[in-house]
Design a protein around this ligand. Structure first.
Ligand SMILES: Nc1ncnc2c1ncn2[C@@H]1O[C@H](COP(=O)(O)OP(=O)(O)O)[C@@H](O)[C@H]1O
Ligand SMILES: [Mg+2]
Length: 233
């Protein structure tokens, strides 16, 4: 699914620079569910953003689904993002003035789908996250867990091969976090490849593999026995 080799990333700060990723090697196969862990500032989001083509590495190789990701134009990167990737964020990133259905249907607009199809597909995905009755509600009328479910439905609507999540439970209480993890585990059960950043051990243990970042390198990469979220909800 993806292979990264000798990846480096620095950020300029004044006259000097901050070397955040110092030679990352990472391969993820189709169907995996991987947690990226590390303390705050360890480069988790930087790595996820490079994988998600929201940012570019300074050095190293990145191949996603057989495509070498390098020197892509903004337009080409957008095409691959839309084709391969779904995103979920800690802060949901819904559009406040659009209702739940419109939020979910938006990526389909960019895929050139007509209005009727977008509505149907959008409703299907809202139904999958249990929110069919909330289609006409604006984000500020939804709870945090409901907002994240809308965001998951939106990410899935474009049928991505890889779902990227940056602290998807970071803004949610424990019970709601486990409900969201139950959804994400079900998606993975159905075959979706998932890569998520978290700094919570209990959430990481609900994945199948944990990659630990420290001082810009991967210090540990292990397969774990997946804890099922359903036993807690
Ligand atoms: N756009 C940026 N410009 C400068 N420094 C950045 C930028 N983005 C992140 N950083 C710095 O890089 C380091 C890693 O950040 P980040 O990847 O967000 O870490 P994490 O997600 O693990 O908390 C931090 O020290 C952060 O301050
Ligand atoms: Mg982060």
């Amino acid at each position: 699914m993806l292979k990264i080799e000798k990846l480096h990333k620095s950020y300029p700060i004044g006259d000097s620079s901050l070397h955040v990723l110092k030679g990352i090697d990472l391969s993820v196969e189709e169907g995996e569910m991987v947690a990226i862990m590390g303390s705050s500032g360890s480069g988790k989001s930087t790595l996820l953003n490079i994988i998600g083509m929201l940012d570019e590495a300074d050095e190293g190789d990145y191949v996603l689904d057989g495509v070498k990701i390098e020197n892509l134009t903004e337009k080409k990167a957008a095409v691959y993002r839309n084709k391969f990737l779904g995103f979920i964020f800690q802060s949901f990133n819904l559009i406040n003035y659009k209702n739940a259905l419109e939020n979910v249907a938006l990526p389909l607009y960019y895929q050139g789908m007509n209005r009727k199809q977008r509505q149907e597909e959008g409703m299907f995905h809202l139904g999958k996250v249990g929110l069919a009755d909330w289609a006409k509600h604006l984000p500020n009328e939804l709870s945090g867990g409901q907002k994240q479910r809308v965001a998951i439905a939106r990410a899935l609507a474009a049928k991505p091969k890889l779902l990227l999540a940056d602290e998807p439970t970071g803004a949610l209480d424990t019970t709601t976090s486990y409900e969201i993890m139950e959804f994400i585990q079900q998606l993975n059960d159905e075959g979706k490849t998932i890569l998520m950043v978290t700094h919570e051990e209990d959430i990481a243990n609900m994945c199948k593999r944990i990659v630990r970042l420290k001082d810009g390198v991967i210090m540990e990469d292990t397969f774990v026995n997946q804890v099922r979220a359903s036993q807690y909800v």
